[in-house]
Design a protein around this ligand. Sequence first.
Ligand SMILES: [Cu+2]
Length: 72
Amino acid sequence: MTTVTYSVPAIHCGHCTHTIETEVGELQGVQSVKADQETRKVQITFETPASEEKIKALLAEINYPAEGLVNL
Ligand SMILES: [Cu+2]
């Protein structure tokens, strides 16, 4: 299991966080998604077959591109 936190500047309201949590949550292998409106960060816990590549591709596809990995 891997947990990553991405910076997603396109987040601006609760609708955005809901969309991200729903869409990324549907990706096979994703265990949890927490999008934060205040910090504009998304924390995702996943295992195979999900991967950082797939998650980033999906975020870009739904117009919430990840701008960078946040090191915790
Ligand atoms: Cu929004």
